[in-house]
Design a protein around this ligand. Structure first.
Ligand code: PLP
Length: 430
């Protein structure tokens, strides 16, 4: 058994460089986190060698004595982490990712061409919630099903539930999806349940971004009102990259429908190393330390938002209830791409993001900023006030460079960034 460093120096060196990049800069991507050594150890274990199609106790391969125990432990911990009664709720821990979990859930709940409504991508929704443009069906969730997305109000940034209800009356969906990738506020699960019930529709919450905050009850609990809940395991939950699907066991044979939608409908053999790593992460989620972590994630997002507001900037919805803020750069005449570009140059990692009312998806008008990763690195409120100061300086540099370039084009902007002293000074400080 030859260590990686000797076996493949090229890959080893790239891993070291990426490791250095992750820890030397400021990681503000809202969907990322730093998982623990224990999770990584389980993820890199010999469990990756094993095939185990099927479920514990009913596999299509031999030799699954220990794999069955791992998957059962993971399922038990998943229900415990979200304080769910095993008589009422079940969970499938095999989805390879959040996107796969969502498509499996759609396979379980709908027939081809059934209608669904999810939050539109430009309003903060995810691709897998029925994303399509006026010209093209983009996601399989709109290719294989009929999708009518609902939107956030372009002025307030909050979801327009009245319009959603009005459109649901016309569209009569079989499924309403709530949950988002770039929405900084709580969902109104009570209202969504009411609308779903008016049409006999299922209600699915995709809590990928906020699952760590839901498990710790820092955010409202969608399990009370939803039929199915999906999540990724690598964002606020701080586990390996994968997905989970929770389902109401007693309703409409959902247990059978979800489990068979995962295997054999959409997946083959589960990634047992990942399932073991999810189990480790879920054990951590149930600790007082994680409770404190989730509280700090929200306190940090609020501190960051308040600090940016004090500089006079505009945040979509005016603030946050969760782990992220969506910063509308249109009032200062910048695009998300330009701010992201300068951030990259000074080792701050965030992403450009559309904001409600954007028309140009190629050049969105905002950035998304999240606190989970740096909170894992022990950042507190005052540290995020400092982060806000850095971001303020980034924006001031971007305004100056844009004026200097005298052009709206990104390539001219990049050229104009060369030899700007403030960029190298800020990079050194970060
Ligand atoms: N659902 C939501 C709300 C997400 O934000 C994401 C990813 O960012 C996903 C699903 C998809 O997860 P994955 O990238 O693991 O496929």
């Amino acid at each position: 058994n030859i260590p990686l460093q000797e076996e493949d120096k090229e890959i080893y060196d790239l891993i070291q460089k990426e490791k250095y990049r992750q820890f030397s800069g400021l990681e503000l991507i809202a969907s990322e986190n730093f998982t623990s050594l224990a999770v990584m150890e389980a993820n890199g274990s010999p469990l990756t060698n094993k095939y185990s199609e099927g479920l514990p106790g009913a596999r299509y391969y031999g030799g699954n004595e220990y794999i069955d125990q791992v998957e059962n432990l993971c399922r038990k911990r998943a229900l415990q982490a979200f304080q769910l009664n095993p008589e009422e709720w079940g969970v499938n821990v095999q989805p390879y990712s959040g996107s796969t979990a969502n498509f499996c859930a759609l396979t379980a709940l709908l027939r081809p061409h059934d209608r669904l409504m999810g939050l539109d991508l430009p309003s903060g929704g995810h691709l897998t919630h029925g994303w399509q443009t006026s010209k093209k069906k983009i996601s399989t969730s709109s290719i294989y099903f009929e999708s009518m997305p609902y939107q956030a109000d372009p002025v307030t940034g909050f979801i327009d539930y009245d319009k959603l209800e009005e459109n649901a009356n016309l569209f009569r969906p079989k499924l309403i999806i709530c949950g988002a990738s770039a929405y900084s506020r709580e969902f109104d699960y009570v209202r969504l349940r009411k609308i779903a019930d008016q049409h006999g529709a299922y209600l699915l919450a995709d809590i990928a971004h906020i699952s760590g905050l839901v498990a710790t009850r820092e955010m409202n609990n969608p399990f009370e009102l939803c039929d199915v809940v999906t999540t990724t395991t690598h964002k606020t939950l701080r586990g390996p990259r994968a997905g989970l699907i929770f389902f109401r066991k007693k309703k409409d044979e959902l247990e059978n429908r979800v489990n068979s939608a995962v295997f054999p409908s959409n997946q083959g053999g589960p990634h047992n190393n990942t399932i073991a790593a999810i189990a480790v992460a879920l054990k951590q989620v149930a600790t007082p330390e994680f409770q404190q972590y989730a509280k700090q994630v929200c306190a940090n997002a609020k501190a960051l938002g308040d600090a940016l507001l004090s500089y006079g900037y505009k945040l979509v919805t005016g603030g946050t209830d969760n782990h992220l803020i969506l910063w509308d750069l249109k009032p200062i005449k910048l695009t998300g791409s330009k701010v992201e570009k300068i951030c990259d140059m000074v080792n701050i990692t965030l992403n450009k993001n559309s904001v409600p009312g954007d028309v140009n998806m190629v050049s969105p008008g905002g950035v998304r900023v999240g606190t989970p990763a740096l909170t894992s690195r022990s950042f507190k409120e005052q540290d995020f006030v400092k982060v806000a100061e850095y971001l303020h300086r980034v924006v001031q540099i971007a305004i100056k460079v844009q004026e200097k370039s005298g052009s709206k084009m990104m390539k001219d902007f990049v050229v104009a960034c060369q030899d700007v002293e403030e960029i190298s000074a800020l990079k050194k400080e970060v």
